[in-house]
Design a protein around this ligand. Structure first.
Ligand SMILES: Nc1nc2c(ncn2[C@@H]2O[C@H](COP(=O)(O)OP(=O)(O)OP(=O)(O)O)[C@@H](O)[C@H]2O)c(=O)[nH]1
Ligand SMILES: [Mg+2]
Length: 204
């Protein structure tokens, strides 16, 4: 440990301290298949330095994980991502990114506890990895929005065709996004908040 350098304990950084105006906190889960950009989204939008649990993918994952269409991907989430964003002076979102690989899906139970809603990230080059994810959310009754992460070489499909392919009800909001962009990721979360608000108003 370097006592003169960056490891010196100096207390929380200003961005780590919750604003005193915060009155409500909501837990949101970011889900999706392997390599769709969940860790990227939590990282781009979080105000605090995100906590990630990424491990380098090894030879052992070849043949187990389908990384054949995710060139350049060298790390994968093994437990969760965690971040935080203030939506307004009062409202704070806590973001939990799930692992994409099916062998870690048993962790979902803990990650979903107390979650009000979810974002499903979708890669149109590999739509099939989204089916199970959406099915699991529907089973749990967790409201969700679908965000189509626009990878440059991904084929473009009209939203309605994607809705049909994913067998989504009309009321589930769908948006395009670039998970690397803070503003875009933030827009996705705003869409989810509006949707949760609409659902709550309908129930009332
Ligand atoms: N072009 C482009 N690349 C992206 C975008 N989002 C993520 N990536 C890249 O896609 C790769 C996978 O992103 P991750 O954020 O690790 O995906 P993940 O869903 O967390 O993956 P797992 O945890 O392994 O399931 C990374 O190399 C990112 O840099 C995007 O919107 N556009
Ligand atoms: Mg990840």
């Amino acid at each position: 440990m370097d006592f003169n350098g960056s490891d010196t304990i100096t207390g929380p950084r200003t961005e780590d301290v919750l604003p005193s105006t915060a009155t409500a906190a909501v837990k949101v889960v970011i889900v999706g298949g392997f390599g769709v950009g969940k860790t990227t989204m939590v990282g781009s939008v979080s105000e605090i330095r995100p906590l990630t649990t990424e491990e380098t993918m090894t030879q052992a994952s070849i043949g187990v994980d389908d990384n054949s269409r995710i060139e350049g991907k060298t790390a994968t989430t093994v437990a969760m991502d965690f971040g935080r964003i203030s939506i307004s002076e009062q409202l704070i979102l806590y973001l939990f990114g799930t692992p994409g690989q099916e062998r870690f899906w048993f962790l979902w139970n803990g990650l979903f506890e107390g979650a009000l809603g979810a974002v499903v990230l979708v890669d149109t080059r590999r739509l099939e990895v989204s089916f199970d994810v959406i099915g699991r959310l529907e089973e749990r009754g967790v409201p969700f929005v679908v965000a189509v992460n626009t990878f440059p070489d991904a084929p473009h499909h009209p939203m309605e065709a994607l809705r049909h392919a994913l067998d989504l009800p009309d009321e589930v909001p769908m948006v395009n996004c670039d998970a690397r962009q803070r503003a875009s990721s933030r827009d996705v979360l705003m869409t989810l908040m509006h949707y949760l608000h609409t659902l709550a108003a309908q129930r009332a």
